[in-house]
Design a protein around this ligand. Structure first.
Ligand SMILES: [Zn+2]
Length: 183
């Protein structure tokens, strides 16, 4: 951040009084500009035992498969956001949303929340951010072409839980991956 979004003057990084970490503070109007983690909301839409998945049309991870998910918008609840993303990416309406998986990813300041839900009437299409969409059974999922580790973990857990018809909510942390080539 270089300029204040309130008055347009320059900002500097400093620790405000009473705070314990650096923030961008405006040199003119003194507004403190906080940045906080972003929430990604998504769905595990299920129809007759199969899960609705989307092949990504956009980077990152273009051409890889994912669950419908995206950044939460202002003014919506997390299930509303998850349902909205499912409509945007797969032109599918969902109902009976139940919180299923939460992933904290502190290394990139993100939180993922996935909701299990019913795919209404088994109907879906292809939204602008997807190349194709489809309903996949456990055996048919392109396991080697999953876009993100959190999606892989969620799907893997889903089919284990589905075999027992028991879907406890799980919260876990995705640790920073070691990068041996970086100092
Ligand atoms: Zn300012």
């Amino acid at each position: 951040m270089k300029f204040c979004t309130s008055c347009g003057n320059t900002v500097t990084l400093q620790i405000p009084a009473g705070d314990d970490r650096e923030r961008f503070v405006c040199t003119s109007c003194e507004q403190i500009h906080y940045t906080n983690p972003r929430v990604i909301v998504g769905c595990v839409p299920v129809y007759e035992g199969r899960v609705l998945m989307c092949k990504r049309a956009i980077e990152p991870r273009k051409n890889y498969w994912t669950l419908p998910a995206g950044f939460m918008e202002n003014g919506e609840t997390t299930p509303e956001g998850a349902a909205r993303e499912t409509w945007e990416e797969a032109r599918a309406r969902v109902s009976n949303l139940e919180l299923y998986r939460v992933f904290d990813v502190p290394s990139i300041s993100q939180v993922y929340m996935f909701y299990r839900c019913d795919l209404d009437d088994g109907r879906f299409g292809v939204g602008p951010e997807s190349l194709e969409t489809g309903l996949y059974s456990q055996a048919d999922i392109p396991w080697d072409e999953i876009a993100f580790p959190v999606v892989h973990q969620t799907l893997k857990q889903y089919f284990i839980d589905a075999s027992e018809s028991h879907f406890p909510v799980r919260v876990s942390t995705v640790e920073r991956r070691p990068r041996p080539n970086n100092t």
